[in-house]
Design a binder for this molecule. Sequence first.
Ligand code: ADP
Length: 835
Amino acid sequence: MKGDDWPSPQEDEDEFSSALHQRTEELYRIPNTEPDENGWITCAVLPLRDLVVFPHMVSPIFISPGPSLLSIQEAQFNVQTVIALTQKDPEIDEPGLEDFLPVGVEMAVGRLLSLPDGNNSALVQGRRRVEVIDFPQKEPFIIVRCRPIDEPNDVDHEVDALMRASRDLFQRCVQLDRSLPDEAHLYSINISEPGWLADMITTAISLPLKERQTLLMLPDPIERLKRVNWLLAQELDVLQLEDEIQTKVQTEVDHSQREFYLREQMKAIQTELGEGDIWSREIAELKVKIEAAQLPGEALAAAGKEMERLTQMPAMTPEVGIIRTYLDWILELPWVNSTEDNLDVRHAADILEQYHYGLGKVKDRILEYIAVKSLNPKKSKQPILCFVGAPGTGKTSLGRSISEALGRKFVRLSLGGVRDEAEIRGHRRTYIGALPGRLLQTMRRAGTVNPLFMLDEIDKLGADFRGDPGAALLEVLDPEQNFAFSDHYLELAYDLSKVLFITTANSINNIPPALLDRMELIEFAGYIEEEKIEIARRFLIYRQLEECGLEPYEIEFLDQALRKIIREYTYEAGVRNLEREIGRICRKVARLKSEKKRYPTRVGAAFVEKFLGPPQFFTTEAEGQDEIGVATAIAWTENGGEIMPVEILVLEGKGNLQITGQVGEVMQESAQAALSYLKSRARQFDLSPDIFERLDVHIHIPEGAIPKDGPSAGITIATALISAFTEREIYKDVGMTGEITLRGRILPVGGVREKILAAHRAGLKTILLPERNVKDLIDVPKKVLTDLKIIPVTHMDQVINVAIHPPTEKPHRQRKGNAKSDGAEKEEELADKEE
Ligand code: ADP
């Protein structure tokens, strides 16, 4: 005998449900068995093997002929209930009386229906739990004596909460479990007794037989519901997990089915178009390329491995693209291809001369380099050259000429703003869109293993949390290491030892020291006006005319025009802007010519203004009037030399010192030193000792946007201070540079050549230079030295004598103790006038 689903629905559903209804009605009509005086009832037994029925539940059962059928027939004959007793162990075939659970369920059995297989089926309805007392009859069917168990049905808050929780959990189970009908939850809502609710849920959800038996034997309804609640939570977990798995599996199946379908379609389309073999043909071609590429061992092995992977992949896998890009990189990088060096020094000298004017020292050094290489080709450890100089001084173009002289390929890589090591070394292939670093990208462009490789702006390298690109460069420039440069993308050692590296920088200040140590510095100082005119004449004009499609003999630039461009339209140490302005004039002429208008064949100063508009720069600094508190420093910047006015104002106050104009720490200290020097010499300058407490000093160094630092403005600040306090004017055409000590001694400074050139460019007449810098004048063109009066100085006293007007009558301030300087009064007057 065993429980099963409802009998299969008959064809007409309405008929079926009304028959069902009828049968259920019949069940309800059977009364509970009356108890005797002991409160016991005596009934026939319906033995159940692997089925547990619960009170209130209606379910169909199957009954095979034998004692069970006899029991039921007996009960029906007497219009009585039966007691369902479940076997403890369903495996036992012929159970004895001791094999039944001690708790059973009294139930009503409906009309018997005979089935074609000789069995019967009936609907049963559980009524109440009973506890077995004894068995008065065993044959031909069992009769049991038992006591009905009464269940208390009080519902307090706690029980109510428990019931709600159970209903809630049950509702979620119903939602997830497809085998439970949605109405099951509705049914649970309508049950108000805890025991019944527990039994109802127990019947609905899937539980092991043992668990059902335990629940049957729990007489306390609250305990029962608590256990059901706990079982529901577990069931819900399982159902949720099942649901997740189901959804995932479904998605995967959908995805792979879709892919399969698309691939099949693609195949069909390719076959239809006759392209089915393209993939295999491409693979074959790649193989041939790899074989022909003469790759060195390691690269060949890597390519072979990737090729192997590629062959095993369907053409459409995304991985294919990644592998192909990698193979392309291996194939396109130069591994063996090289050019033969032309180490003929005279040939090299010719070429350098042919394209560059001046730069004698630089050219000499390069020819020495080539000479050493030609005499000792195996000596590969020559120092790396670093060209240092302002923009437009010919560093790059000289590098290009060297490559031409040697017969090597020329490539450049700008390091300006490179902050990430990965920019040099690339990203690992696991990153999407990864590529080799810029170094190998540039090598690919070179196409040979021994190009002349210019690393530009090595002083503009950055470093941050993404790693230090300088460290990667150290490896690149170190002959001990660079034969096996490692790139993250390539993951193969790449030999850079045959490359001729030349680096360039505007200033050595910002080159990482470890890099600086490995390089030999070659300075490209700026050009003076005469040199610029010469360069323009020999190279720039010719090149620009050619670019504009004009014949070199067509247009002549007069010296006065070039001079005007240099003085009034450019302000630079190099010739880059000069070339640009010449280019602008050439384009304007070209336009006139192509419009068939009249155009000048000789460009003079007047045409310059006509073509380029009003002048951009004025040599004002050296002109104008001598002033109190304004001295001219000559400074060094990355763009070459500059002249830099230092302005000082003294105002009524409390002896404070203020410095403005983006001034660095060293320059501030140098201003303090200058002030201390002046204080210590107050008597010499006829200043009353309390004057420094009564006045505030404001030092300003204009051109605010440019950061300024260094000690070399020391004597200029001191000069301006003395002038401001003594109210003696400073000569406008005197420029100076030098560090000052507290005792007024003057110390040497750097960048002398650039500074002197800048002073010359700005039209200064007299330069005060620390005596120990006189040796540096050897690098300054003769023409400049004859134009300028250069006075070597060792002490501040000498500076004062040359730069400041001699004292006249007793200064205003000292007579009256008035705090205003002449300069301040003048400015106020001017402001008044403007208003
Ligand atoms: P840098 O690399 O120093 O910034 P470039 O090499 O780009 O400067 O030079 C700028 C332009 O000036 C180029 O066209 C270059 O040919 C020209 N030039 C600079 N110096 C000279 C020189 N001594 N002789 C001829 N041309 C020069």
